[in-house]
Design a protein around this ligand. Structure first.
Ligand SMILES: Cc1cc2nc3c(=O)[nH]c(=O)nc-3n(C[C@H](O)[C@H](O)[C@H](O)COP(=O)(O)O)c2cc1C
Length: 331
């Protein structure tokens, strides 16, 4: 029997498929369905810095539904402003999730700056979370704030959260850094046990008739995985933090690619919003079949086999490949 088990942040997981933060996580019933479908762990939806600081204006990013969602998924969408039940309700949800599930429960804090709100990391730990995912989401729009200052702000936050608690902290971040490998390394040095690549930044659009800025939320496709594969493959064996993919994991093949690049786990959200929670079981079964058909004994054996250090042409992940790719296009 193929061994699908993996480890992430020191947690023993029975396979690498982990549903990531989304409105699906608001209901303990959904969490149980994920566990029943074979999910190895769950990442709860986020508690936001702004909420803790009593300013909830930043929630819009995550809250507008699109017609791509199936009716089942659509019914999970909350009214604006009701994404989670505020700080106290969130802690209660962590307790309930822990009581209901046998798989690890990873809570999520979403913010960008150090401050009093970081106390909630400790309260989340006390509520029983097995680990904490810190989602750092910031749009650096000030012309007088340079990249070094923004990076220092992130690192301060990681240091503050990791010194506050003893459960492992994993950091979900975007790729909008000019020296991403260095930033990943410094975040790990600041105390992160894991790196989650990558946050999706939801882009505002214009409504031309009403001259309004509108927020829409499009689900991902497998195409988005490629950016993640590149960076996981580059970072594998260069940082000691565990690597997780988020963004573009829709199929068993996407999970397999993520692991081959070097990820310990592959997170999925859009696929579950689109197909329903049962899709976890489909991906798991197809992954098992693939590994058996290709005579892999375990997920561990596969991990990193397509990382930059393992492939015969490491330059394929870097600039050297750029000219070749452009030349390969046939009119
Ligand atoms: C409706 C919706 C709500 C989300 N809420 C959160 C959240 O609360 N915290 C967070 O860190 N990520 C959140 N995400 C991001 C997902 O966890 C995930 O990182 C992203 O959708 C990319 O993965 P995917 O391609 O599998 O969807 C949300 C995504 C969606 C679509």
């Amino acid at each position: 029997m193929t061994d699908l088990s993996t480890t992430y942040l020191g947690l023993q997981l029975k396979n690498p498929i982990v549903p990531s933060s989304s409105p699906l996580m608001q209901k303990v019933d959904n969490l149980k369905k994920m566990q029943d479908a074979g999910a190895a762990a769950v990442i709860l939806h986020s508690l936001f810095e702004e909420q803790i600081e009593q300013e909830s204006h930043a929630l819009d990013h995550f809250l507008s539904a699109t017609s791509e969602f199936n009716p089942e998924a659509q019914s999970y969408f909350p009214e604006l402003g009701a994404y989670n039940r505020g700080p106290e309700g969130y802690l209660d949800h962590v307790r309930k999730a822990k009581a209901a599930l046998a798989i690890p429960v990873i809570a999520s804090l979403n913010g960008y700056s150090s401050g009093g709100w970081v106390d909630y990391a400790r309260q989340i730990e006390q509520a029983g979370a097995d680990a904490l995912e810190l989602n750092m989401y910031y749009i650096a729009a000030e012309t007088d704030l340079d990249s070094a200052a923004v990076e220092e702000m992130y690192l301060d936050l990681v240091r503050d959260v990791t010194t506050e608690i003893t459960i492992p902290v994993t950091v979900k971040l975007s790729h909008h850094f000019s020296a991403f490998a260095n930033m990943a390394w410094r975040i790990q040095r600041a105390g992160a046990r894991g790196l989650v690549l990558f946050n999706r930044f939801y882009q505002p659009d214009f409504d031309l008739e009403n001259l309004e800025v509108v927020h829409g939320l499009d689900l991902s496709s497998s195409y988005e995985l490629r950016l993640r594969l590149r960076w996981i493959a580059i970072l594998y064996d260069r940082v000691s933090a565990d690597l997780a993919v988020t963004g573009g994991v829709h199929t068993a093949e996407d999970v397999i690619k993520s692991v081959m690049a070097g990820a310990s786990i592959a997170m999925t959200t859009s696929a579950l919003l689109h197909h329903g929670i049962g899709h976890v079981a489909t991906m798991l079964a197809e992954m098992r079949d693939w590994l058996e058909a290709h005579e892999y004994e375990s997920v561990r054996q596969m991990r990193g086999s397509m990382s930059q250090r393992a492939v015969p042409h490491p330059a394929a992940f870097e600039r050297a490949n750029y000219a070749r790719v452009l030349q390969s296009y046939r009119l």
